[in-house]
Design a protein around this ligand. Structure first.
Ligand code: COI
Length: 356
């Protein structure tokens, strides 16, 4: 690998760390951040780690107007023997580059990004919380910074990595969440940006999420944009059902986010010889399974959400209760195994973790 010089400016005033027993999600940030600039003709340059601070952008910076931006979510953990682990970070940088391609953002050197991330995490390693269910959430993102109001791809960008010690994403923790099946709005259309991790996908989900929240639901379940009948994903997670002993998750179809936790769960299920199907699944099929008593478990997966049991769906007037609103045996065992691999208490036979 070519040398990748990173200039480091350490903060003079270390911030107080939060109480790790009352951590929420994404509210406090560590002492440092990584920043790198892209300029047309020059490429990516000026890699630096600096004190966490506000950034200055021109009000005409293109990210503000046309949403040319991508992001990732990943986590770092500290083991009982004080090693720092990342979980499949190279997959996140690979996915970031896929999102870059879709959003006409220049790709980054994935190996350099990993070098930068390791150095940043090492510098702020005291921020990695150790209480059960906690971790250091890492948010790499890229924004279009060129000051220009024409609709075109920006000529300049900034790649930034910030980090935040987190507890569970949902206030429910590992208790099952309630999900509203969205009938009016869609998250992503065929040929759209659903597969990319870009801000607009999340901005356009807010209206439905707000309505669902008013009715007491944690998130919305999105259906396909053409027939409004096939299940795609939940607000911030991919989704799995266990029906009659088989685990089913919607096949990636271009409008579903290719989750890294989703992929990890599929590998874990295959390795345990549990029947798995990646295919189209309609909401009617789930209703039918509920009615004939074969809907055994449902759960969401994501970096932020980890594995989140689902206890209830609402689809119009139809209420679908899952496993008596309790976490299922398979969901619990997948959660225990995945988090065990992530925090180093279970042997990583998949070779997923990267030691810093
Ligand atoms: C993640 O799971 O890391 C995500 O990026 C979801 C996010 C919108 C909270």
């Amino acid at each position: 690998m070519t040398a990748f010089p990173i200039q480091v400016e350490r903060t003079r005033t270390l911030k107080d760390k939060p109480d790790i027993h009352t951590l929420g999600f994404g509210q406090v940030f560590t002492d440092h951040m990584f920043v790198m600039d892209y300029t047309e003709g020059e490429g990516w340059h000026s890699a630096r780690i600096m004190p966490y601070q506000p950034i200055t952008l021109d009000p005409s910076a293109m990210v503000f107007h046309y949403g040319q931006t991508v992001f990732e979510g990943m986590k770092a953990y500290v083991t009982a023997t004080n090693e720092v682990l990342l979980f499949r970070p190279e997959r996140n940088f690979q996915r970031l580059n896929h999102s870059n391609d879709r959003m006409c953002i220049p790709t980054i050197n994935e190996a350099h990004a990993l070098v930068a991330l390791k150095e940043l995490v090492q510098l702020d390693r005291e921020w990695i919380p150790t209480a059960p269910g906690t971790s250091l959430y890492i948010r790499p993102f890229i924004i279009a910074t060129e000051p220009y109001l024409g609709v075109a791809a920006s000529k300049n960008y900034q790649f930034i990595i910030i980090m935040s010690p987190v507890g569970s994403y949902y206030k429910e923790g590992l208790n099952p969440v309630k999900i509203l099946v969205e009938k009016q709005y869609v998250r992503a259309a065929k040929g759209g940006t659903g597969e990319a991790k870009t801000g607009g996908n999340y901005a356009s989900s807010l209206k439905a999420a707000e309505l669902a929240s008013k009715e007491g639901y944690a998130q919305t379940l999105w259906l396909d944009s053409i027939e409004n009948k096939y299940i795609e994903e939940v607000g911030s997670m991919n989704i799995f059902f266990k029906i009659n002993g088989t685990v089913i998750t919607p096949a990636l179809n271009g409008s579903i986010l290719p989750g890294i936790t989703r992929d990890s769960i599929l590998h874990m299920l295959h390795s345990q010889n549990i029947p798995v199907e990646e295919r189209r699944i309609s909401v009617d099929e789930v209703v039918e399974a509920y009615e004939n008593g074969t809907l055994e478990e449902a759960f969401g997966t994501g970096t932020a959400a980890v594995i989140s049991p689902i206890g209830e769906f609402k689809y119009g007037e139809q209420q679908i209760l899952v496993n008596n609103n309790e976490i299922g045996l398979l969901t619990q065992s997948l959660y225990d195994k995945l988090t065990g691999i992530q925090n180093g208490t279970i042997e990583d036979t998949f070779d997923w973790t990267v030691i810093i």
